[in-house]
Design a protein around this ligand. Structure first.
Ligand code: FE
Length: 251
C-alpha cells in the first residue's frame, strides 16, 4: 500500500512524497529542507526523485537532496538540467522496484514546452499542468498545446487521483463560479475546500471526474461558459480555452 504525503513548501507549493513505509519517492522538490526533515523524521530511504518541469520552485532542492541521498532523478527529455538525471519521454515506463511504482510518462506541453506528468493508476503527478479547478500559466507553450495536454488528462479514468503542485483551489473556484454560478458541483466543491483549508488541510488530491464537473479549463465546450463570455454557441472549445486562460492571468 502506498501513502502519498504533501510536503508544503514556499507559499503554496506541494512536494509530494510517495512511500510504502520504508522507501520514498519525491516529486518536484523545489526546496530540500522540508524533504530532508520529513525523511529524517520518518526514517524513509529515498528511492527516486521525479521532476515534471524546469521551473525553480520544482527543482531547486535537487542538488542538495542527491548530495545527501544518492537517488536517480527522472526529468523531461525535452528540457535541460544542470544536475545528473535520467531523461524521460512520452510513453516511457519507469519501474521503481522498492516502492513498486510503474509510472508512465506523459508529455504535456503548455506551462513549459517539455513539461511531463507521471501516471501510475490511480495516481497522477501533473506538476503545473492541471490544477484543481484551474490550469498552469502558458509560460512557454501555446493555448492550443495546453488545451491538447489537458484533453489528454481528461481521458484518464474518472477516479484517477490528481496530485498537482500548487494550492490554488480557492482562487480557482471563485473564478469558475463567476463563469458557472449555477453549477452545483462547483458550490459543493467550494464548501468542501473551505472546510479543508480552514482545518489547515490540502484541497488535493482532486480527481479527473471532479475536474470534469468543475474545472472551466476542461469545460470550454460548455454553453453556459460561452454565454458567460458573450461568445457564440459554436465557438471552438480551444478558442474558449484561450480566452479563459488570458482572463485568469489577471484574476
Ligand atoms: Fe510551480
Amino acid at each position: 500500500m502506498l501513502e502519498i504525503l504533501p510536503i508544503p513548501a514556499f507559499k503554496d507549493n506541494y512536494i509530494w512524497l510517495i512511500n510504502d513505509g520504508r522507501h520514498a519517492v519525491v516529486v518536484d522538490p523545489g526546496d530540500a529542507g522540508p524533504v530532508i526533515r520529513q525523511l529524517e523524521q520518518t526514517g524513509l530511504t529515498l528511492e527516486a526523485i521525479l521532476i515534471t518541469h524546469h521551473c525553480h520552485d520544482h527543482i531547486d532542492g535537487v542538488v542538495e537532496l542527491i548530495s545527501k541521498y544518492p537517488a536517480p532523478v527522472y526529468a523531461p527529455a525535452k528540457e535541460s538540467y544542470d544536475f545528473p538525471h535520467i531523461p524521460v519521454a512520452d510513453g516511457e515506463l519507469i519501474t521503481l522496484t522498492e516502492t513498486g511504482l510503474k509510472l508512465t510518462v506523459m508529455e504535456l506541453p503548455g506551462h513549459t514546452l517539455g513539461h511531463i506528468a507521471y501516471f501510475d493508476y490511480p495516481f497522477l503527478f501533473c506538476g503545473d499542468t492541471l490544477f484543481s479547478c484551474g490550469c498552469g500559466r502558458l509560460h512557454e507553450g501555446t493555448a492550443e498545446q495546453m488545451y491538447q495536454s489537458l484533453q489528454r488528462l481528461a481521458q484518464l479514468p474518472a477516479d484517477t487521483r490528481v496530485y498537482c503542485a500548487h494550492e490554488y483551489t480557492l482562487n480557482n473556484l471563485a473564478f469558475a463560479l463567476e463563469l458557472e454560478p449555477g453549477n452545483m458541483a462547483l458550490h459543493k466543491r467550494q464548501q468542501e475546500v473551505i472546510k479543508l483549508r480552514t482545518a489547515g488541510l490540502p484541497s488535493l488530491p482532486t480527481t479527473i471526474g471532479l475536474e470534469l464537473a468543475t474545472n472551466p479549463f476542461l469545460r470550454s465546450d460548455s454553453t453556459t461558459i460561452k454565454l458567460s463570455l458573450n461568445l457564440e454557441k459554436n465557438t471552438a472549445p480551444v478558442e474558449v480555452f484561450r480566452i479563459l486562460r488570458e482572463m485568469k492571468n489577471d484574476y
